[in-house]
Write a protein that binds this ligand. Sequence first.
Ligand code: SF4
Length: 341
Amino acid sequence: MAPAPRSQLVALRERALGEIAPDRNLEFKGIVPNLFEQARRDPRLERDIIRLQKERNAIILCHNYQMPEIYEIADFIGDSFGLSRMAQQADAEVIVFCGVHFMAESAAILNPDKRVLLPVLYAGCGMADMISAEGLCELKSEHPDAAVVCYVNSSADVKAESDICCTSSNVVQVVRSLREKKVIMVPDKNLAAYAQRMVPEKTLIAWEGWCPIHHGLATGELDSIKQQYPGAEIIAHPECQADMLGKADMVTSTSGMLTHARSSPAKEFIIVTECGMSNMLRREMPGKKFIPVCQICPDMKKIDLFSVKRSLEQMQFEITVPRRVAERARLALERMMAIAP
Ligand code: SF4
């Protein structure tokens, strides 16, 4: 099946979101997070998936924010970029990426010899959709002396127009490494503001984009939870707004949260990011307590066991990136890997 053009994917996703969340992400705030905490396991479907996985010589990658039942069938659980790199080392012909569209694109860019499948085609990202390659080119023409840093949470087209990529864990290192004093940073203005605070010697020009999930987290909720758990360490994701990050003991990526919680002597942590992360941390460290201050990302909850099985059966939905775009985007990713392997 030929992959659908990106504009069609965005339209498809908008429609799907409209059906399940007419008020976009806001109403997911009201859903009892418990609904997303229990793994809805299905032994028959799991057996089918394992069988198909062997037949297809596939690996299943699962982002930290996915539903708990997906953790149970995954070969690797992690953050988007870590998973793509993991896939590079795996001896598999097929990658089933349980995440969102831009993640599957990155996996396809870094693994051109493997087939990459996204089980639900319209699992997208509200932040990645806030910028286009054309928009970035316009901004570049206004600042011809600036380097362009692109957060990995962006489309392949946008990466291809960028000098270098960054993740939420290496953004400071990447910005510091640049020769240019002026730096355009896309698409997340909160990540850019965080980098600006950490690297004051540079001038960052931020794209007006944000993650609807992290940007919407409010400090009021954090304050009341902190009152209940005064000894808990607060760990927040840098996609949150500055006032939230100002209250955190540690600001780090999802993989950084895992590493830190493992090594910290603390027994209680308040986790400020998408709700799925606390599920993952509880699974990894049952002896510690993780209290979420979170919102649910509807795009991250679209994949279920049935769609993974269908994906392997029908080899859908294959995500490909046009060769010219992939080559330029790979360069931006490789420059990042050279600085922060
Ligand atoms: S949590 Fe935010 S950045 Fe991640 S997929 Fe959802 S909208 Fe995109």
